[in-house]
Ligand binder design. Sequence first.
Ligand code: ZN
Length: 462
Amino acid sequence: MKWNFRCAAFKILSVASLTLVFSVAAFGQRTALKPGWNLFSPAQDVELGRKVSQDAERQLPMLNQRRVDDYLDRLGKRLAAYAPGEKYPYQFKCVNDASINAFALPGGFIYIHRGLIEAADNEAELAGVIGHEIGHVALRHGTNQASKQQLYQAPLAVFGGIMGNDSMAGALAQIGGAFAVNSILLKYSRDDEREADLIGAQILHDAGYDPRAMAAFFEKLGTGNRGTDFFSSHPNPDNRIRGIEQEISRLGRVSARTAGDSREFQAIKRYLRSLPAAPKAAAARQSGQPAPSGTGGTASRPERPSSRLRSYDSGYVRLQHPENWRVYGEERDFALAPDGGIVTIGNESALACGGMMAVYEPVSRRGARVSLRNATDQLVEGLRRSNPGMRLVRDRGRIRVDGQAALSMEFVNDSPSGGRETDWLVTVLRPEGLVYFIFVAPEEEYASYRNMFQRIVQSIRF
Ligand SMILES: [Zn+2]
């Protein structure tokens, strides 16, 4: 099950009514943001980021064009000079991938997909996304998420203050290798996204760009399907555009000397157009290379689910899951999987074995309440866009989840680790939107997983 369906909600979220009220500072006073709780030191952010960046650069199709990397690095460093908090050794490089995306590793290792530069109309739009990524670094979102994960997964001592400089490799092994770390480090919450947007707007303003370019670019990305890649790795906070606009109003007047574009940006765009077209990550995968991690020749099947259950409280829902599964994410966006159950391709994740929960916001006509069936149909349509091999095999009709009406259906789908998988979808309509759970197992083993999946669903409490 490809894991980028959150993007489908973007268009709807950006025009949704205001439900999330966050503390509004007085006019003219910018929102002050600080990094959250963290088991890592800032120096360890850099150490961890550097280690993962080396793996990433081996795995990703780096553009390796000095002219482009130099430009990104200069622009990025100029923006990063305005970032709050710790001064990280930022570096910026271009990935030769046509998808519109960017990602940041702890400590300031930031990657911009070629497709993003090509999609931006001017330098200010590009600077907006770079500012957003710098926000993730400055607010230490990656290691904050990793710190939270550790609470569920490993003894705290591993990451405690006693950790020496050279024990990072051991710590990485503990949480399953660089790619598992990668999928944690790049899994942001909606609050993280909102904060990164605000920092991005502040940086743009301070660096002399019109910060409205950032909101404009996000809006543009959200109105076509081209933007899905960015929003799959950067989930949409509620009312994203409005949040950015409110911050801009707090920042005060945009100065008259504001830069919107540069000749150099346009020259870089022309130069990129002169190069052979970039492959899309998905296309590269279909041609069999590069192999996603965890699915190489030596990969073994994920361990069988333990019959012993452990309780998990996401902050939104409580449930029980097999003791040998880990939790990725929290609140309304999380996955539960055994080692090897999440397959990472580039910086996209897909669930090959395990379960996940997310919330989908259905489109309603003129504010009318959407039915459970209608909302579920909309969700399935969205899922099919990123999972073209997905076919309904059994509509199991109505069931109950925590006493509430739910729908249950089973699909077969192409597995990200090769072969076919069975996906069990369970949907419940809640005030927050359509809450959905998807349980995934290899098709030939599904019968033996089904019982465990049902035990999990029976344990769900909102
Ligand atoms: Zn983000």
